[in-house]
Write a protein that binds this ligand. Structure first.
Ligand code: CS2
Ligand code: MG
Length: 420
């Protein structure tokens, strides 16, 4: 087809030609924890990366990609991101779910990386440009005791964080979610069979308000404070905790109750004005449509890596924006720097950005995934490199073979299985 644009100089228009996918590789590496990365390469030599890490079930996504998705990618035009997304989602017949949507997400993000590289611009520019100067993040302070947690949180404030999540041990429980030996890098998955935690809701419910009272005493009001319930309360218990925390104005109460039953959040909403965040384990817009449309939450935590990539997460953010719900994307260490980079481009470009979780990766991980983003004054910025601004050192990645690891489980004191 000849170019008939009005007097347009003969300029390179990389976006005007098909760019077939010629290769797609799944790279599994374990620099302290497992990461699964999809690398797609096109005919013009451009490559893009997508994170495909599903903590504790990594090899399921590896098989979904290598056996079922990659054979259908070779020869497809890498420029056709949306068509590829629809092809993989509808074409599976067994649509949705964490494994399939993580695999589709990896393809989607890799294709966005390629398209932005072909356009010669950082991905956020392709997504509509920046709506803000940087992406405000929150860090994780944790400790065995309230005092230790508050001391750790003061260190995060001194590092420049404007928002800090507080998680502390519960008296009488040997271990619990969110409390780790290493205070800067929290990694819950461990090799060997799942570690067993013990749980007591009454002891937990008495501890958290004391933690927030001590934190407000130490911080005053110039730092946002967050807490992750991690799916461990019933709706009415969550309403009680939300009400107990109101005097301390938490930024949010996260995963207050298991969200398979979206309607359960109506009970919480009836009892407390404490803002609610949920969604890190969601894999599609259908997991949160009721929560958003009924105004049952304030922040949606779905992520680029587990909710179908940038293409699908944009749909979720658009629906959320209609209902004054903001984003608060998950950003734990088991989401690789590829996801962190994509989350920053995404967060920079949407109007209803709320906050971005930032659990720092170790130096080992950062060496495997060199990236342009950096922390400054409580914010991250993805940088100005074309594409995502992150790459993978495949030689280094090979030095860290996969090690099967499991997330912990939780049992009540009577031995019954519970939510971790
Ligand atoms: C947590 C995560 O960061 C969070 O909000 O819920 O640490 C979560 O436990 C892990 O990502 C699970 O792999
Ligand atoms: Mg969480």
């Amino acid at each position: 087809m000849t170019d008939r644009s009005l007097g347009a100089a003969a300029v390179a228009r990389p976006w005007s030609h098909a760019n077939p996918i010629v290769d797609a590789q799944v790279i599994v590496t374990c620099p302290g924890r497992n990461f699964v990365t999809l690398k797609i390469t096109t005919a013009d030599g451009t490559h893009g990366l997508g994170d495909a890490t599903l903590n504790g079930r990594e090899m399921a996504v590896v098989a979904y990609l290598t056996e079922h998705i990659i054979p259908t990618l070779i020869g497809r035009d890498a420029q056709k991101i949306e068509d590829t997304w629809q092809y993989l989602y509808r074409g599976a017949y067994w649509r949705g779910g964490p494994v399939g949507m993580t695999a589709i997400a990896a393809v989607d993000v890799a294709l966005w990386d390629i398209k932005a590289k072909m356009a010669g611009m950082p991905l956020y520019q392709l997504l509509g440009g920046a709506c803000r100067d940087g992406v405000t993040v929150y860090g994780h302070a944790n400790g065995d005791t309230i005092e230790e947690t508050v001391q750790e949180a003061l260190k995060y404030r001194d590092m420049g964080y404007r928002a800090i999540r507080l998680q502390c041990g519960v008296p009488g429980l040997p271990s619990t979610y969110g409390v780790s030996r290493d205070k800067l890098f929290y990694e819950p998955a461990q090799t060997g069979l799942p570690v067993e935690n013990q749980w007591s809701t009454p002891d937990y419910m008495r501890t958290v308000p004391q933690l927030f009272a001590a934190a407000r005493e130490a911080f005053g009001w110039d730092v946002e404070l967050l807490h992750d319930v991690h799916h461990r309360l019933t709706p009415i218990e969550a309403g009680r905790l939300g009400k107990d925390l109101e005097p301390y104005r938490p930024f949010w109460l996260e995963d207050a109750t298991p969200a398979e039953d979206q309607a359960a959040f109506r009970t919480i909403r009836q009892h407390t004005t404490t803002p609610l965040a949920v969604g890190e384990i969601f894999s599609s817009i259908w997991s949160c449509k009721t929560l958003i449309e009924e105004g049952l939450i304030d922040y949606i935590r779905a992520t680029v890596v587990h909710a179908g990539g940038i293409s699908h997460l944009r749909r979720i953010a658009l629906l959320a924006d209609l209902h004054q719900v903001r984003t608060g994307c998950h950003g734990a260490t088991d989401l690789s720097p590829v996801t962190m980079a994509a989350a920053l481009h995404f967060g920079l470009s949407i109007p209803n950005f709320g906050i971005q979780e930032y659990m720092r990766h170790t130096d080992e991980t950062d060496a495997v995934f060199p990236h342009a983003y950096g922390f400054q004054d409580g914010m991250l910025h993805p940088g100005e490199a074309a594409g995502l601004g992150v790459d993978i050192d495949e030689t280094l990645a090979e030095r860290y073979p996969y090690r099967r690891a499991y997330l912990p489980i939780n049992r009540l004191r009577d031995g019954a299985m519970f939510n971790w």
